[in-house]
Design a protein around this ligand. Structure first.
Ligand code: KG4
Ligand code: ZN
Length: 335
């Protein structure tokens, strides 16, 4: 089986052709990404109107390129799968209407895919990861601790009460005058800074459960910056390093609670979403997994950030597990 995947929920227009040989990156026949990073860089965040227009402009070329690199045509594709939610509506409309049009013209089935499910199942596209596993999904727009019990069986243990971690990285980077996307910039400049120069408060100290919150931390950084005159480059690096350390410590603390709350004895800890690219976070997760006797799985960075291979893969997982095409997938819609 070959699936054409389409992703356009945020600032990446992506298409991929994936086949169903399981648990190997070899089943990704092509994975094309047209990033809008340059378009949004001067605004320090994604501008939805510009994002939608850019998706509409390039999506046909991106799909053609994905077919070309996979050495196949639409005749060889069995299913067309596109991200249908969550995301920015302009981009979702471009991707889903395009996928439905291809479906109507070729008489091949269309599958609406949940973007978060794409991030969650990426580990199984790359590695032999069995259920149940515990996933930390941390991206620009989302933050969840989720027990993944099977295909379509997702138990949310904790989530953000306000901003996502990636959004917080992006906003702090903007305050410091660093380039976009902020997470990459914070990590880059933090390596020249002191982690211990500034103490930021760890959020939600007394709250039970494993939810997270990043808006207070963002405000703490803002207040610190306002209280300092003329930040030097070293000041900025020190703030970046101290902020990054606090985010990582906070995530690890809440993740420890999530593991204690999980009732299904996950064997593996999985990290996914754009913030999974952060090496300090990866190192801390890897140590925590070793302490807790868990396998640790972090997909390659190129598959942690938004891509269409993960969207095609969700279709394959559902079809392989016996889901009927176009079946309502309410179980995940609560996300
Ligand atoms: O998953 P993703 O590509 O898009 C969403 O679905 O949101 O994640 C993008 C987010 C951005 O907020 C970006 O700043 C963050 O991931 N990010 C990082 C790093 N690389 C990307 N955050 C922290 N450290 C990084 N190295
Ligand atoms: Zn994403």
């Amino acid at each position: 089986m070959k699936v054409l995947g389409i992703e356009s929920s945020c600032d990446e227009t992506a298409a991929a052709v994936v086949c169903d040989s399981p648990n190997t990156e070899g089943c990704i026949l092509s994975n094309v990404i047209n990033s809008q990073i340059q378009l949004h860089a001067k605004y320090g965040g994604v501008v939805p109107e510009f994002a939608a227009r850019s998706h509409a402009k390039v999506i046909d070329n991106v799909i053609n390129e994905a077919l070309l690199r996979a050495n196949c045509s639409l005749d060889d594709v069995d299913v067309i799968a596109a991200t249908a939610s969550p995301g920015l509506i302009g981009g979702l409309l471009v991707g889903t209407v395009c996928a439905k049009t291809i479906s109507a013209l070729t008489n091949k089935p269309y599958m609406a895919i949940n973007h978060l499910e794409g991030h969650l199942l990426t580990c199984r596209l790359c590695y032999n990861v069995d259920f149940p596993f515990l996933a930390l999904l941390t991206s620009g727009g989302h933050f969840f601790f989720i027990e993944v019990l099977g295909i379509g069986e997702y138990k949310i243990l904790g989530k953000t009460l306000d901003d996502a971690a990636g959004e917080c990285f992006d906003k702090v980077a903007k305050m410091l005058g660093f380039e976009y996307p902020g997470g990459v910039a914070i990590q880059k400049h933090a390596q020249f800074g002191s982690q211990n120069r500034f103490q930021f408060p760890i959020p939600l100290q007394r709250r039970p459960g494993c939810d997270v919150s990043f808006s207070g931390l963002k405000t703490a950084v803002k207040n610190l910056i306002s209280s300092m005159d003329n930040l030097s480059y070293q000041d900025k690096c020190d703030i970046a390093a101290s902020f990054q350390k606090t985010v990582v410590r906070f995530i690890i603390k809440q993740l420890g609670k999530a593991l204690r709350m999980s009732s299904h004895h996950p064997k593996t800890l999985v990290v996914t979403g754009g913030v999974a690219a952060n090496s300090e976070l990866r190192d801390a997760l890897s140590s925590l997994s070793a302490q807790q006797n868990l396998n640790f799985c972090a997909p390659p960075l190129s598959l942690c950030t938004d891509n269409a291979a993960m969207i095609a893969w969700v279709a394959i997982e559902h079809l392989s597990s016996g889901s009927r095409l176009l079946k309502s997938r309410m179980s995940f819609n609560s996300l």
